[in-house]
Design a protein around this ligand. Sequence first.
Ligand SMILES: *[C@@H]1O[C@H](CO)[C@@H](O)[C@H](O)[C@H]1NC(C)=O
Ligand SMILES: *[C@@H]1O[C@H](CO)[C@@H](O)[C@H](O)[C@H]1NC(C)=O
Length: 480
Amino acid sequence: MSGKTKLELVFIPSPGRGHLLATVEMAKQLIDRDERLSITVLVIKPSFDPKSSAHSYSPESNSRMRFIDITEVNSLSMPMNSPLTFYNKFIENHKDPVRKSVTKIVQDFGPNCELGGFVIDMICTAMIDVANEFSVPTYLFFTSGASVLGLIFHFQGLRDFQNQDVNVYENSIEELSIPSYKLPVPAKLLPALMFDKGAARFLNHVKRFRETKGIVVNTFLELESHAMKSLSEDDNIPPVYSVGPILSSDDGSDRNPKYDEIMKWLDEQPDSSVVFLCFGSTGCFDDENQVKEIAVALERSGHRFLWSLRKPATEHKFRTPGDYDNPEEVLPEGFLERNSGIGKVIGWAPQIAVLSHRAVGGFVSHCGWNSTLESMWCGVPMAVWPLSAEQQMNAFLLVKDLGVAVEIRMDYRRDLMGGSNMIVKAEEIENGIRRLMQPQSEIRVNVEAMKLTSRMALVENGSSFDFVGRFIENVVKNMS
Ligand SMILES: *[C@@H]1O[C@H](CO)[C@@H](O)[C@H](O)[C@H]1NC(C)=O
Ligand SMILES: *[C@@H]1O[C@H](CO)[C@@H](O)[C@H](O)[C@H]1NC(C)=O
């Protein structure tokens, strides 16, 4: 460390409370491990998400982690044609305030302290330019899995190193061999973000991932050993560190007015008897017929259920779903009454608390990466029903590669506006639920093992524990 004894890392998470919380969990792991490190989190506070200012986060009593608000450059007047173009421009607009803030941080350093680098997330690659101006390395915090990281590197490589038009794989029925997956991947499961007009823009971020000096991934080696190996064997990819599972300790339970009611209901159910349905913070079905098919399936399966049913946002396409005042309006007639003894329909769910409850025996999920990690951590098998983004790929990994999930419909896809031209029929859903809830099935045994492994990864000498150490060594080495 060129004779200095302290190294300061500057974290720049994407705007939004969720990103901030994930970053904080990651940052905590680093400072807990090494006294030489301190961390400043630059919080870009968007006016479209006022909850995410630095002050709304109550900092731990750790003097080596602090938060600085970056004053927002007006975003409300910016065109909202697509989320990615909006965010790209939004981040680009904040290079200057970040530059000023870091200049000030460096000026205030004591004699023994130096800037050790930037840690950015997936869509903040524009900030690599700012890190370069300060002559420090950039590291990436990747919040999805290693398999998907390998997938997007593979496609960016096809496009940029082999001059291939990756759009040919859109709507293709081929099966593709992708280094980070053990089995050939059906092209129809590929994330839409890699194609059409979005392709160039998203893969351009991926191209810049290669400029970083290390990528920290929220996964654990035993969950994605094949992907981790393939990434480490590729000399054109920076070193990858699996340091997870990093689960947010804040799932909003304290702000959920229904929390006690939900837990009390679960307390009254037998062990592993309840199937929990939840499709993530943005997950909902625009088509009421789809909601009805789920209801019919639940009723026919005869299993106890806890169903987080969200109401699609009406006006604004970036708005997250809300809760129904009266879910009866979209459910089959008399559904709630008939099932009052065995099921409960709720709105927003305190997910980790629910998955941790002994009464929950299966999880019908959209397979967002965080939900996937939470399910493994709690040892609850999944029935996959992905909606968008990279969720189909996560579903593939869970069902085909790891054998910890059953399929409801792996190739379901919602379009950008939240609709879908597919309807999954009650029969298919019921069938999935029945297989999911089988006692002593192979998936249940596998997920139980994964629960143990995920916990072992984090303790002393576990794989993620070791990777955190190696990452810190890399950071220190890059400054010497
Ligand atoms: C997981 O959750 C964190 C916030 O808690 C968010 O930043 C991240 O984007 C999520 N990852 C995925 C793949 O959805
Ligand atoms: C971790 O490994 C080190 C070095 O091999 C050893 O000294 C230590 O006892 C191990 N700790 C645990 C908890 O196993």
